[in-house]
Design a protein around this ligand. Sequence first.
Ligand code: XIL
Length: 347
Amino acid sequence: MSPGLHRRAFVGSALALGACNRRADAQPAPISLPPLKSIARFPVGACIQAVHLQDPELARLVVEQVSQLTPEWEMKMEYICQPDGSFRFDGPDQIAAFARTHGLRLFGHTLVWYDQPPGAFANLDESRVRFADAYRNYILAVVGRYRGQAVGWDVVNETVEDDGGGIRDSLWARRLGKLEHIVLAFQHAREADPDAVLFLNDFFLETHPEKRRAFLKLAETLLKAGAPLGGLGTQTHLAAGDQKGLIKAAIADLASLGLPIHISEMDVSLQEGGSRAERLTRQADLYREAAEAYSALPARQQFAFTMWGLRDRESWRKREDASDAPLLFDVNGRPKAAAAAWVQGLG
Ligand code: XIL
């Protein structure tokens, strides 16, 4: 049976079984799906925190379902860079070791982010070391440590203004220049690892077309400046109230430069959009649309499809609203209707 038929047979039977049982006892039947990575034609990823790997059930689900891991926190400056300027790598090393042990790809997130300039940079004693040297040293140290294992990096994260007005203000932009700090970050990352795919990553690219336009314009500027930009990451943090069709339009637009695309952090919050049942249906529809849009890309542009978590239990969204359930697997790791819809969208 060809993979496509195999997949449709699985999903059709899972949904039909669910429907039958629903009519009989009005209880949603458990959904049975093959592992996501076994039916997707591209790498399937999830973010993870080192502490989560202590949960054997989640560790099992991760190994079963995905082929790529993104450290949710431990590869960010706020974790690695200590107040005295020293670096700690215990957390990312744990995740890297787990990925290596289980044959999973590792994706680095993120080197330069406006949101988390650690004190060691903000209060740098420049009589000892120049800011530009500290910046380069940090990127060389972090990327160099995972050279040969990290398949790619979010080199610069969330640098475009939400209104599409340009590059955000940040410590990095103020000290090294709005465009220059971005070009330098890509050059330093490439110096540390000649093979990793280097991404520009941002959010709201589906719901804010003007931001997407500015993001694409920045990507073109970086390419013209000779920056080793190797891919575009769209975080895809959505809400059940978001309109249909936005994901497809965004993916087609982002793919227009011909670079690999990473859906890098997908989740669909239930914090808006009608009754709970309506929100769950819209959530499933958005996951289906994202899978359809991503599956329609040429293989050379399918870098990976990463969810910002696997189980609802670990989602960052639950800190805002404990009732939120933005992911494909419920708090106990059972696949939801959203997971069946995502598989359906693979076509
Ligand atoms: C979030 C994590 O999920 C949270 O645990 C943390 O407290 C804050 O950062 N865009 C990004 C991610 O690029 O790094 C953010 O991750 C979510 C938004």
